[in-house]
Design a protein around this ligand. Sequence first.
Ligand code: SAH
Ligand code: SF4
Length: 369
Amino acid sequence: MVLDSKVDLLGMDRKSMEAYFTEIGEKPFRASQVMKWIHQHGVSDFDEMTNLSKALREHLKAVAQVRTPKIVAEQFSDDGTIKWLLEVDNHNSVEAVYIPEKNRGTLCISSQVGCALECTFCSTGQQGFNRNLESWEIIAQMWVANKALGCKPKEERRITNVVFMGMGEPLLNVAHVFPTARILMDDYAYGLSKRRVTISTSGIVPAIDKIKEELDVSLAISLHAPNNALRDVLVPINIKYPLEELMPSLHRFVEGGHSKKHVTVEYVMLDKVNDHVEHAHELVKLLGDLPCKINLIPFNPFPNTDYIRSSNNAIHRFKDIVSAAGLNCTIRKTRGEDIDAACGQLAGKVNDRTKRTQHRVQFDLAKQL
Ligand code: SAH
Ligand code: SF4
């Protein structure tokens, strides 16, 4: 087997790229030139990077590459949402989703092939886990989407926000997610502000502290339950990092930030599971004075799930209680459902190495007996 030993430039943040150019005997400013070509102009061919000398272009061709994944499928929803299925290796594909709105365009990206955390209401979680995505495979989702939508100057960009809310748990892959977030916010790449790059987590407490130390981005927490007993079932990582550890980490995250710094709290609405009046009151008490915005997400169904979406009445009743307590609470509009692109519906193609899919099939068979 011939191993591809070329260095991948797509996933390098500025610091790494500057170090790379220094290492090959070039000036560090080459990094910003190359990043601009790759990320702002969507160029992957060194021959097109015309402000580099011919000699440097030839050298880069021999030792480096801008590798991008193959687009396996592109689906368009009636509401303007677009979903891409990207092949990251021979056995695995991940999904990225573009959601256009009136004043912004959000790209939802994946950080892992599948997810190991088994949240019971999540399609990705039910599929099993294969591996972490590398930085180039994560930023490639932005690169591909940006190119598909037509690379535009910064002021006219169609992708104004990026959320790590696709497949996988980003905070279990910080080695590759953090550099990706830096590229998203780099002025020589996509130049998004920290308010427009959001990492969503099921609650990996040590990594929440790591964000605070190393990266200035927005944070969303997938809470989904106001007490440990219920959260242990819905988001099993809660057994390892229970609410008494998670909540202080959220307070630490906002501490010392600017006056508007807050956490987005995500709460999936599951019929008769976590949508009772008592849950709403309990949630208000749990959140206390945490600067936050609460986002209620109507459950999106997928094959083989026993959960049902809460009724509109239950969702509005819940929202009214939380809002009446003075908290900022909104209901997330479901987008791209006709192409299975809504929150929690992303499946991609995961060659499950945890053998969970197998367990699940056995479980389903057992249920039918
Ligand atoms: N692993 C991270 C990010 C990916 S999931 C996390 O859990 O936060 C992105 C969001 O979609 C999370 O808030 C998740 O709880 C939510 N979600 C998962 N499955 C869902 C479903 N079936 N319906 C609605 N939201 C869902
Ligand atoms: Fe993983 Fe997030 Fe899905 Fe939970 S909700 S299984 S953490 S992707």
